[in-house]
Design a protein around this ligand. Structure first.
Ligand code: CP3
Length: 340
């Protein structure tokens, strides 16, 4: 089909053949050119917050594989930095933050200077991108960012944030509300800077009990979506409440997101049922892309057969693993594009 921007078209509800393809964490350590750039930048945060480097990292996977989406090279924790938290990334250890004790540890307004390089990177990418590629902005879901801020990183399985959800939900509400407001502004500024759609990564949504999920995931996401739709009515929002299981449908309908990203645990018949509410994206297991071979071929064929008749974006169900061989990504592109 002759669609000028296949990914944007699909997110707006069109069925496009072959379906558009991009990969979560498509810029990263599995690419030799990323590893070289990362070394040149010195640190991951330097890479994120220097527009020249962030632009190059965003473009690398698009250049190599011709993906339909270019996702801004940044991180969900830049918003925590802009709200006054100290964030460090140590090699091989994930993010480290100074743990939060209460709401007063977050400033009322995000610091514009911290975020300015992010928007500058988007403007540069937009100017350099092929006409058919859709530029994606993103942010973390407020619950997921709150979990990193409260626990000070991910090594604790977010025991403290979950304890807050159970013991002092009103305090957590305050933190999540402040993050939700800053996140809506951050995403709107990304759309102002040239992003054409945005994805909200609520990677740890699946840790919450159903009533907590409604309060700390669905409710603030609905407010973010309403604020963005008011300011940018035509820009699609992809929601990714990872591991939401049986609650994916409620999230899709109640938050008003335009498209839903699914993790690999979602059975394909459930994924197909969710297409009744709008476009879905996903959900190949990153371990299958790592493994390659007949298992990869079969899984890609199954996903395409189940989902391609309705608006569908091919993606992984979580970020690509750094050990993934480039040939397996090439094979995936052939399978999705060429119908092999
Ligand atoms: O997808 C892309 O290519 C765009 C860039 C992007 C990054 N992080 C770059 C990154 C995106 C969209 C993210 C989102 C993100 N960051 C999430 C949500 C998605 C998910 O994976 O659940 C989360 C939870 C984070 C926080 C974060 N950042 C963690 C837990 C880590 C450490 C894990 C790891 O892979 O090392 C990071 C670091 C990070 N963010 C890297 C990249 C490329 C690796 C840094 C490096 O060593 O070069």
């Amino acid at each position: 089909m002759n669609e000028p921007k296949p990914l944007l078209g699909t997110l707006c509800g069109k069925v496009i053949e072959p379906p558009p393809l991009w990969l979560m964490r498509q810029a990263g350590r599995y690419l030799p050119e990323y590893r070289a750039l990362r070394q040149k930048a010195g640190s991951f945060l330097e890479l994120c917050l220097t527009p020249e480097f962030a632009t190059e990292a965003t473009l690398q996977p698009v250049r190599r594989f011709g993906f339909d989406g270019a996702i801004l090279f940044s991180d969900i924790l830049v918003i925590a930095m802009a709200l006054g938290r100290t964030v460090e990334f140590r090699d091989g250890d994930g993010p480290n933050l100074l743990p939060l004790s209460d709401k007063t540890g977050l400033t009322a307004q995000a610091d514009a200077e911290t975020l300015a390089p992010v928007y500058e990177a988007l403007r540069r990418v937009k100017a350099a991108l092929p006409a058919r590629t859709t530029l994606l902005g993103f942010a973390g879901g407020p619950w997921t960012v709150a979990a990193y801020i409260i626990d000070g990183g991910g090594r604790t399985q977010f025991a403290k944030a979950r304890q807050w959800a159970a013991e002092k939900p009103d305090v957590l509400d305050g933190v999540v509300a402040r993050l939700a407001a800053a996140t809506a502004d951050h995403l709107a500024a990304q759309l102002d800077a040239g992003a054409e759609a945005v994805q909200l990564f609520d990677s740890w949504a699946g840790l919450l009990a159903p009533d907590q999920f409604r309060r700390f995931v669905i409710a603030p996401t609905r407010r973010i979506v309403a604020a963005l739709h008011a300011r940018h009515p035509r820009a699609p929002i992809i929601g990714f409440p990872r591991n939401a299981g049986a609650l994916y449908g409620d999230y899709f309908v109640e938050t008003g997101v335009d498209a839903l990203c699914l993790d690999p645990s979602v059975p394909l018949d459930q994924a197909r049922a969710l297409q009744a509410h709008g476009p879905v994206q996903g959900n190949l297991d990153p371990a299958l892309l790592l493994a390659g071979g007949a298992a990869l071929d079969r899984a890609v064929g199954d996903i395409l057969a189940a989902l391609h008749r309705r608006p569908f974006v091919f993606n992984l169900g979580h970020g690509i693993l750094p050990e993934t061989p480039l040939e397996h990504v090439e094979r995936l592109v052939q399978l999705v594009r060429g119908g092999l």
